[in-house]
Design a protein around this ligand. Structure first.
Ligand code: NAG
Length: 335
């Protein structure tokens, strides 16, 4: 890390460290963890919960909401409940949110999946992955267990939280008017989104009033919106103000995208879909990089390098993805 990295990082962390209240007695936000998973994910989920409870939630007791397109087994529910004293709720995803809309040509979708598999596109062959991405993009915040929340924190089975989180990120967002929080920003696989940006352009033309004045277009495009640079927040971690997804702007955006069938004909991820929406429709100050939340999913880790934060973490700063050449974080902080 060179000097400019250090100043960039400290300008992010210092105000957070000073302003974050570490009291646990303050009233909780109307918020929960929301997890989309299957019965087979039980043990990975328990490992993640143990870490999340230890580093954060044993002091805050935010509820967990688990959603599945198939019913959870009793075994699953018992063993999940055993991991926390907090309230745990289990919900079924309605079939109409996890199936093909009428306008999608399923023969064409299947042919495209086979083509993507031949081209070795990640999850290119997977039908369920596509349903999941579409569900996370347009339906999760409408689930009866989720829709009354003001904020939710998305968690996936197997993710790790190596640092003490001794403040309440939900309250932090509420107190600072943050609508979207992230820890890792990376480029998307281009082969999964051939026509996404063309449709985003169409959205911008059709709904200019939905575009925020102080948006983050310069973060996702090097040429003032002509092309997409594929940067996105890694949405397997995200903390969101649900009013953002419930807004008319986001509804119009999702409906325009969904009507193209791109979630099925291509393999649009919820990460670029959420990130492009946040970049265009939120004020840049409503998007927050949670530097002090250590996070690992698979091969990528956000491990805070700042020495004060390192004392609260069990991760190797050498593994930190923030300043790797492919990371989109630096550009976000500069934009
Ligand atoms: C669906 O897609 C297949 C394959 O491209 C095509 O042959 C067929 O005509 C399409 N069906 C409709 C109803 O458009």
């Amino acid at each position: 890390m060179d000097k400019s990295d250090a100043s960039l990082l400290s300008s992010q962390t210092t105000p957070i460290a000073i302003t974050t209240p570490s009291t646990t007695t303050s009233v909780r936000a109307n918020a929960a963890f929301v997890v989309l998973l299957q019965n087979k994910d039980l043990h990975e989920m328990r490992r993640t919960m143990r870490m999340l409870e230890y580093s954060f939630n044993q002091r805050y007791s935010y509820p967990y909401i688990f959603l599945n397109n198939k019913p959870f087994t009793d075994h699953f529910m018992t063993h999940i409940r055993g991991m926390t004293k907090a309230d745990v709720r289990f919900g079924l995803i309605p079939n109409e949110h996890w199936s093909y809309p009428d306008f999608v040509n399923q023969t064409l979708a299947a042919a495209n999946r086979r083509q993507m598999e031949a081209n070795k596109v990640p999850y290119g062959e997977s039908e369920s992955y596509r349903h999941m991405c579409r569900y996370e993009s347009g339906f999760i915040y409408r689930h009866p267990l989720v829709q009354s929340l003001d904020y939710y924190w998305r968690v996936e089975p197997g993710v790790e939280f190596p640092c003490d989180i001794d403040f309440d990120p939900f309250k932090y967002m509420k107190d600072n008017g943050i609508k979207y929080g992230f820890t890792i920003a990376l480029p998307e696989y281009v082969s999964t989104i051939p026509t996404l940006w063309d449709n985003v352009k169409r959205f911008r033309q059709q709904y200019p009033h939905h575009i925020a004045k102080r948006n983050s277009l310069s973060w996702i495009s090097y040429d003032k919106g002509d092309s997409y640079n594929n940067c996105h927040f890694w949405s397997n971690f995200e903390i969101v103000d649900t009013s953002f997804f419930k807004s008319q702007a986001y509804q119009d955006y999702f409906e325009l995208l969904d009507a193209t069938g791109g979630f099925f004909y291509e393999r649009w991820g919820d990460a670029p879909v959420h990130s492009i929406a946040a970049a265009l429709m939120l004020d840049r100050r409503e998007i927050h990089f949670f530097n002090d939340i250590g996070y690992r999913h698979g091969m990528y880790e956000h491990c805070p390098e700042n020495s004060e934060l390192q004392l609260k973490c069990a991760c190797d700063p050498a593994d930190n993805v923030d300043w790797r050449s492919y990371s989109c974080l630096r550009r976000f902080l500069e934009a």
